[in-house]
Write a protein that binds this ligand. Structure first.
Ligand code: V47
Length: 353
């Protein structure tokens, strides 16, 4: 059967068929992805009112793409105290922020308690605040560093109040590319195993893909299909987040940025291929706000959130250090012809703006 007809029939695509989608022109792909988006979400675009906290940039790993780690090109090492983190969460709750997204580098000097106890302290003060924290890369680091199994770390996360896991650290699952860009940290099979274990406990998580660096189109498709396979088993991924590689201050030495055309094609293809993942996030931090708005026409139904402060991607050149203003965000979604829906971290509607 012809590829377009197969997509229109909502039939599952093989690896080769998914790679062949890149040969379609951008607007045909956009139309196909938009059809999927409309069937799932109509014109609704989700966002949340959230705050990122990145408690330390001291890292024992050496990912070539990273500009945040103090072991790479960032000259200002830091590790926040629990009191500093708690004063931020006290403040955000007062301003009705509903989610805190806490991810860090892999700091061998702090101890396991520093990583985990902060969650129970936040939960004790603010039981209603959703804690999305610890990427699978951090789970792997903590397990190795402190001689624990993944199960033990995951159970400790849950016992200490972590509500969901973010999708960071997935990068690109292809082993050759992964070895080149981030050898030494969590490998692909381990990343997927940690999320499988998390899902088996009835918990939800997200999944990212870092693209636009040295990978090929086929590596992106391979990445998507590995996600689709796990999702068939667990159903635990809420959202797929393609992260556009930011080029500054790192050791990957990519000369040319990926084009907007290729970013939109990749967004649209991910909406089509990931037929079992409900949400596709255009993360404005790495795509720019303008392209994230356009991506709504190419399958994306989520723009992440207001963020307030962001350190990892902004270190590599993203214009996200201070987040985005809520009323402006809502107006931009409306003006682009979509319906802004404030959601909680698990995609329940809080308010249609
Ligand atoms: O894992 C690091 C990426 C990620 C660069 O789950 C880079 O809702 C681009 O995972 N260029 C952290 N990206 C961010 C992340 C995330 C963000 C928002 C929402 C969610 C979610 C997750 O940032 C890292 C890494 O893949 N990253 N360096 C760079 N130069």
């Amino acid at each position: 059967m012809d590829l377009i007809a197969k997509v229109k029939n909502h039939e599952r695509l093989s690896f080769d068929e998914a790679v062949a989608l890149y040969d379609l022109d951008l607007f045909t792909l956009g139309g196909l992805a938009d059809e999927r988006r409309k069937a799932l979400h109509g014109k609704r675009t989700y966002f949340n009112i959230n705050r990122h906290i990145n408690p330390t940039n001291i890292c024992k790993d050496v990912c070539k793409f990273c500009a945040y780690s103090a072991s790479r090109k960032n000259p200002n090492p830091y590790a926040m105290s629990h009191e500093e983190i708690l004063s931020i969460t006290d403040d955000i709750v007062e301003r009705d922020i509903k989610e805190v997204h806490i991810v860090s580098a892999h700091n061998p000097d702090t101890g396991l308690e520093w990583y985990l106890e902060v969650f129970s302290k936040i939960k004790a003060r603010h039981p209603q605040l959703h804690i999305k924290a610890l990427t699978a890369a951090e789970v792997h680091f903590l397990a190795e560093e402190y001689g624990k199994s993944y199960d033990e770390i995951i159970d400790l996360m849950i016992a200490n109040g972590v509500d969901s896991m973010p999708g960071g650290g997935a990068e690109i699952f292809d082993e050759k590319v992964r070895d080149y860009i981030c050898k030494g940290k969590v490998n692909s099979q381990q990343w997927l195993e940690i999320h499988r274990k998390w899902h088996e406990r009835g918990m939800k998580s997200n999944v990212t893909m870092l693209f636009g660096h040295v990978e090929e189109r086929s590596h992106r498709i391979d990445h998507m299909i590995r996600i689709r396979d796990l999702q068939d088993v667990t159903g635990g991924f809420n959202c797929f987040i393609p992260l556009v590689y930011q080029m500054e201050n790192n050791f990957l030495n990519v000369k040319e940025p990926i084009t907007a055309h290729e970013i939109l094609k990749t967004m649209a293809i991910s909406r089509i291929v990931l037929d079992n993942v409900p949400n596709l996030k255009a993360y404005w931090v790495t795509s720019t706000v303008n392209l994230a708005l356009v991506a709504q026409e190419f399958g994306a139904n989520d723009l992440d959130g207001t963020i307030e402060k962001e350190s990892i991607n902004s270190a590599a050149g993203a214009k996200s250090a201070h987040g985005v203003n809520l009323s402006e965000f809502v107006a931009l979604i409306k003006n682009s012809g979509f319906e802004p829906i404030e959601r909680d971290s698990l995609y329940n509607t809080i308010k249609a703006w």
